[in-house]
Design a protein around this ligand. Sequence first.
Ligand code: BT5
Length: 232
Amino acid sequence: MIGSPRRHEPECESTQLLLDTADREGAIATTDHQTGGRGRRGRSWVEAPGTSVLVSVLLRPPPTLPAPQLSLVGGVAAAIAVEEALGLAAQIKWPNDVMVDRRKVAGVLAEARDGIVVLGIGINVNQTRDQLPAETRVAAASLRTIDGRLHDRERLLDSLLTALDGLYARWRQGGLDAVYEDLGARDFLRGRRVSVDGVTGTAQMIARDGRLLVSMDSGVIAVASGEVVFER
Ligand code: BT5
């Protein structure tokens, strides 16, 4: 079961650093504030203390399954938790952003090391507009800036872990195909003009293997990883 044991620190550098190979699968680390929160590719994740869900989960995925798919699995879990809290639809912007109203409310980071994957999820919950980072490539939002209400972070964490537990079990059994219905229905980029590492085209869909299909003048390419900028 994902969620225990749980280690909570009032403050830490990053919850990603609180778990290691000695922990058992499903162990989680949480905090109220990170001084060195991590995004992908050396970027940072920033939040005002006490406003967010910040959690890392230790997973031991079978070596036969592509670990990068876990960022999509985590994204679906975060989207479901956000939808339960807001009563609004959330989307997944491939490969790791959770969007509501075209704004990023959550980010996912899957870090593989020594046979384990540490899956980190950050959800913006109770930040005011002023407390959200301003200079982001994708505009940021919190649940509070979306519906004007304060949300219970522990309850959100609970629904996140429940969703992740179910999705991860399905993924272990049947790969991305087994969770694809929940993923494909929330594909934010589908049909949008995008640039992937400098090349422009139209995003078709997240393929069943987790790659992003983009149609370009030269044909359809499948992108395994990269930075996607959407234009409209
Ligand atoms: C992510 O990276 O979106 C992954 C974020 C994962 C955070 C969790 S929190 C728990 C665990 N512990 C950690 O240390 N990390 C994980 P990326 O796609 O690279 O997005 C990072 C970019 O998003 C930054 O460069 C900013 O532009 C922007 N950003 C930073 N903080 C943000 C926030 N709170 N809300 C929205 N955007 C943010």
